[in-house]
Design a protein around this ligand. Structure first.
Ligand SMILES: Nc1ncnc2c1ncn2[C@@H]1O[C@H](COP(=O)(O)OP(=O)(O)OP(=O)(O)O)[C@@H](O)[C@H]1O
Length: 674
């Protein structure tokens, strides 16, 4: 009946246009209703007989409709019908906005549609091909809606059931299925020792521990600490020192209960006092040794860092008889060799208990110095551990391990120092006394990536950390770190050409000094240094691999003494370097990696003091950089705008300096060619 009405409406084309739209709406609504009714009827029919009746009804409807259409075509009304459909399709009302009238459905949608129909057991194909355009549009609307819903809602199980049904119908297995499967996100699950660390308090000043509250430290070292102005231990020291001392409470030859002591990893903010956390217990553990042998090996990434740690060891080993030697390439190989051992009565004797080394020189001594033995090594300390894992391609660790267990296979030797590489504990592995090798790892940005840590071959490790791992983090970029409590972070939006002016403004106008300023390359550091020098009025120096180790040492000393206002450095000074009195760090070039940022800004705000860090950002860098810092757990980075007017008075001199700089660089290049 309703279909008859449709044709009457379509025929009344003489009527004015204003009624056409409303009629079309009514018509569309009626059609949608009809289609819905038909579909719900069809889906409810369980018996074949009902389906047949339905098909018959459909066929008769189809015939009627075809006749009407033919009549209309004869009357030359097809064009007007098309127009009407177009009008309906372009109507901006709610009914139409719900659906997509696109006549060609995407493949997936069409397939799901077919599956739905097959499920309902209705053969509608022939009906749909003979409908009028309007009917098609209406039905498409309805079915597209249903299909979209089906695609959205069809759960994994449902889709699988459908596929199985299809397989039963056809007898074929459909390969490469089109069903949408909900893929579970892979969650990172940390090993327990990483997920549940021993917590170190982050706030230094409010968590100071009196030395007398840590009885594990011997009186001799307590006095030494106090004579060096240290009356309280920082949180990391109060936690880690007793833990290391406990592992040697039965002597250095054996762990507690005869077991190998657990390896220890420490992740605590920059400037939180990690150096003393390993220096004190290690010195105490070796104090009573009788024979001098290399028992402690500290590996660090740079010469300057090795020098610094060597100095602290020497300070606390003084008066104990322990000998500290550095092998970091500061001296010639021969000189280092002579400082490591000597020949007496044709026998080689170690002159070092504690060796502080950089990986390159260390490997040289392992391979080329026959008198250098690590067979008695008890502690392997890896400072800046995450950086050292990155340098693992140098295979320094495997060389160390090989040297430590050099006589494992030497079955003829029965010795209390005989040791085997850590493996599964068995009754036989426990029976001979073993001199253990304990690894101690330290970093402000220790990785939580178990795969990376695995390269270090840790044995039953224990983690001390001021950072709690976040649940549901599954990528390295989402790792969070702790920033020093006294640090205030700023970023300064600026353009490339105005960057040098900004740094001059900081020193000359804002009177901020001393400044430790970082660039991303040694060329950039040199150019900026030349420019500031040519501009005048600022005491500046550069610090990079352009300088010899002795020049670098001298520069650092002068900077610490306050003779240099601006030290322009590459990342050579970014890690571990402890320079007293650095109030401000400037990232002249924004660092690319979060770890670099944390170590750079960590040169200030050390030992619970206050400090500022400024990062110069170009417009294109702002978004990504701020996101990176925020993701890493920064408490907040503030925007610091330098008004162009503040730079104006320096502009003329700056332009002149730029010209001079060009000439200077040219003459430097010419000299190099000669
Ligand atoms: N208990 C303490 N009391 C006072 N000062 C201390 C104490 N412990 C360490 N310091 C001082 O704090 C400063 C930072 O110590 P240290 O260099 O060991 O930090 P760190 O954690 O190794 O830093 P980074 O991660 O940057 O290497 C040093 O100048 C050190 O002398």
């Amino acid at each position: 009946m309703s279909l008859f009405l449709i044709n009457r409406y379509l025929g009344d084309e003489e009527e004015d246009d204003s009624n056409t739209n409303s009629r079309a709406k009514v018509l569309l609504a009626a059609l949608q209703k009809k289609v819905k009714e038909q579909q719900s009827l069809a889906s409810q029919s369980d018996h074949q007989s009902k389906t047949t009746q339905q098909t018959d009804r459909d066929t008769s409807v189809k015939k009627k409709r075809k006749n009407k259409v033919d009549n209309l075509e004869e009357k030359g009304q097809a064009k007007r019908r098309k127009d009407q459909v177009n009008q309906v399709m372009s109507l901006p009302n709610a009914e139409h906005s719900e659906g997509d009238f696109t006549p060609k459905l995407p493949d997936t949608k069409r397939k799901v549609k077919r599956t739905e129909k097959e499920k309902a057991g209705i053969k509608q194909t022939s009906v749909s091909t003979k409908k009028t355009n309007l009917q098609e549009a209406a039905e498409n609307t309805e079915q597209t809606e249903q299909n979209v819903t089906a695609v959205k809602e069809i759960p994994c199980d449902q889709a699988e059931q459908d596929t199985e049904k299809n397989n039963l119908h056809t007898g074929f297995t459909i390969l490469g299925g089109f069903e949408r499967k909900i893929i579970q996100k892979v969650q990172r699950v940390l090993p327990q020792w990483l997920a549940e660390p021993d917590v170190i308090q982050r706030n230094i000043t409010s968590n100071l521990v009196p030395i007398s509250d840590v009885p594990a430290i011997c009186t001799k070292l307590q006095h030494k600490l106090e004579s060096n102005g240290i009356h309280h231990l920082f949180p990391v020291q109060a936690e880690v020192i007793p833990a290391i001392l406990e592992s040697v409470s039965h002597g250095i030859l054996m762990g507690r209960g005869g077991y190998k002591p657990r390896d220890i990893c420490v992740s605590a903010p920059t400037g939180s006092g990690k150096t003393l956390a390993f220096v004190i217990p290690v010195v105490q553990a070796l104090m009573e040794r009788v024979v001098c042998n290399v028992r402690v090996l500290v590996v660090l990434p740079t010469k300057e860092l090795a020098q610094q740690v060597c100095k602290v060891f020497s300070l606390y080993a003084e008066g104990t008889g322990l000998k500290v030697v550095m092998v970091a390439g500061q001296k010639s190989f021969a000189a280092e060799r002579a400082s490591l051992s000597e020949k007496r009565n044709g026998m080689s004797h170690s002159l070092a208990d504690i060796v502080v080394a950089t990986p390159g020189r260390l490997v040289d001594h392992i391979n080329k110095n026959d008198d250098f033995s690590l067979e008695h090594l008890r502690f392997l300390i890896i400072d800046e551990a995450d950086r050292m894992i990155d340098s693992m391609h140098q295979s320094w660790l495997s060389q160390v391990t090989k040297a430590v267990y050099a006589h494992c296979s030497d079955s003829g030797r029965v010795s209390i120092f005989k040791r085997t590489e850590p493996a599964h504990i068995t009754a036989s592995s426990l029976s001979p006394p073993q001199m253990p090798l304990q690894k101690l790892l330290f970093s402000a940005t220790l990785t939580q990536n178990p795969e990376k840590l695995q390269q270090l071959g840790l044995d039953q490790p224990r983690l001390f950390s001021s950072v709690h791992s976040l649940p549901n983090t599954n990528s390295e970029s989402q790792e969070r770190f702790n920033f020093p409590q006294g640090l205030t972070e700023f970023y300064v939006p600026c353009t490339l050409s105005k960057k040098p002016l900004h740094i001059l403004h900081f020193i000359l106008r804002l009177q901020i000094s001393p400044i430790l300023c970082f660039t991303n390359s040694r060329e950039a550091a040199h150019r900026l240094f030349l420019l500031v020098q040519l501009f005048g009025s600022v005491q500046a120096a550069e610090f990079s691999s352009r300088l010899s180790p002795n020049e670098r040492k001298k520069t650092l000393k002068e900077f610490e003494q306050g003779k240099i206002q601006l030290l322009i450095s590459t990342d050579a000074a970014a890690r571990g370097i402890d320079i007293n009195g650095v109030k401000c760090v400037v990232n002249y070039d924004a660092p690319q990696y979060i770890r670099t940022y944390i170590h750079r800004v960590g040169r200030t705000a050390r030992a619970g003091k206050a400090g500022m860090a400024f990062t110069f950002l170009l417009g294109v860098q702002e978004k990504n950089f701020l996101q990176m810092v925020q993701d890493a757990g920064s408490p907040g980075i503030q925007r610091q705008l330098v008004q162009p007017g503040n730079l104006k008075s320096m502009e003329t001199r700056y332009q002149q300096t730029l010209l001079e700089l060009g000439n200077t660089i040219k003459s430097e290049k010419a000299k190099k060619r000669i």
